[in-house]
Design a protein around this ligand. Structure first.
Ligand SMILES: NC(=O)c1ccc[n+]([C@@H]2O[C@H](COP(=O)([O-])OP(=O)(O)OC[C@H]3O[C@@H](n4cnc5c(N)ncnc54)[C@H](OP(=O)(O)O)[C@@H]3O)[C@@H](O)[C@H]2O)c1
Length: 288
């Protein structure tokens, strides 16, 4: 989902970009990663590859770790050998999600899920191997035109059901993949120091609030969305109650902040609807 929007944004920005899908390169194969770096000789590698099935990771932690932890480490090691910089995409799930204030980049990670532990292992592998050239971007609640995500699911459910129940006791930052793609480009152009950055929309909302907003954008009655609690919607991997990320490092680097989640959703909406209608999403460029 992120990789496709990132390739599009990089091409629009005039970069010489190679997008590798899973079938082109398996990041768990160390030798293949080295060959890819040797072949393509990139200045910078953005690792969007991940095991993203959060619930399945609880029963397949080794496989999740192989991709999100060791795989990221193989990419970082190959970047170190070739003098390339690297951006590792990470997640709010490295935190416990049990605070009432936004997490800072300096807060100590304390993952509560197998997915979160694997993502943290990836962060550590990248920062260890690339102390001066590794960037860890923690993002959250991603949605985009490609691939399944909450926003697209709610657009579909609005058509299919008279009413939907949505969890109202988890707070986060819905983040458009196109905004993250442009953030990565801005970071690449900046003189920001290597390290950890939080890259999510400004503001925060619950899943229930987000679903109501989506209904509103569809011209549907937001009161068809009913609030429920996490306890009423159990999942194998516990979901963070509050995974709001603060953006201190991003601001200190002087990079333009991500828009408020509501503004981003409005911009993204036509692209998401086009994707939903199956007519292919036009490449999304962010208005100035
Ligand atoms: N989605 C979110 O809400 C969210 C939130 C926070 C952070 N993130 C992070 O953001 C990044 C992008 O996520 P996304 O939502 O774009 O996920 P996605 O759509 O699931 O994309 C992940 C990609 O990684 C590929 N992949 C899996 N195993 C691989 C391997 N061994 N080698 C190479 N490629 C492999 C997948 O290919 P196949 O499908 O063919 O296996 C898929 O194309 C990930 O690092 C994720 O952890 C996502």
């Amino acid at each position: 989902m992120l990789g496709r929007d990132l390739v599009g944004a990089l091409e629009q920005a005039g970069h010489d970009v190679t997008g590798l899908a899973h079938r082109d390169l398996d990041v768990t194969e160390e030798a293949a990663v080295r060959v890819a770096l040797r072949e393509h000789r990139p200045d910078i590698v953005v690792n969007c590859a991940a095991w993203t099935r959060v619930d399945d990771a609880e029963t397949h932690e080794d496989e999740a770790l192989a991709v999100n932890g060791r795989g990221a480490g193989y990419v970082a090691a190959a970047c170190a050998d070739h003098g390339a910089r690297m951006v590792q995409i990470s997640s709010d799930y490295v935190f416990g999600g049990d605070t009432r204030r936004p997490y800072t980049e300096a807060d100590r990670p304390r993952p509560r899920t197998a997915y979160g532990r694997a993502k943290l292992a990836g962060e550590q592998a990248v920062l260890r191997r690339l102390p001066d050239a590794g960037y860890v971007l923690r993002t959250a609640w991603l949605y985009g035109a490609y691939g399944p995500n909450f926003v697209r699911t709610i657009i579909r459910l609005e058509r299919e059901r008279p009413a939907v129940n949505v969890v109202d006791d988890q707070l986060g930052q819905p983040t458009w993949t196109v905004d993250l793609a442009h953030g990565i480009i801005a970071l690449e152009r900046s003189r920001a120091a290597a390290g950890v950055y939080h890259t999510s929309s400004s503001g925060s909302v619950t899943w229930f609030g987000l679903a109501r907003e989506i209904f509103g954008l569809l011209g549907a009655d937001p009161d068809r969305v009913a609030p429920i609690t996490t306890a009423e919607y159990p999942s194998p991997a516990p979901r963070p109650a509050c995974s709001v990320l603060g953006h201190d490092a991003w601001a200190a680097a002087g990079i333009e902040p991500f828009p408020d989640w509501r503004v981003a959703l409005r911009r993204a909406f036509p692209h998401l609807l086009a994707a939903q209608a199956g007519c292919g999403a036009a490449p999304a460029s962010r208005p100035a």
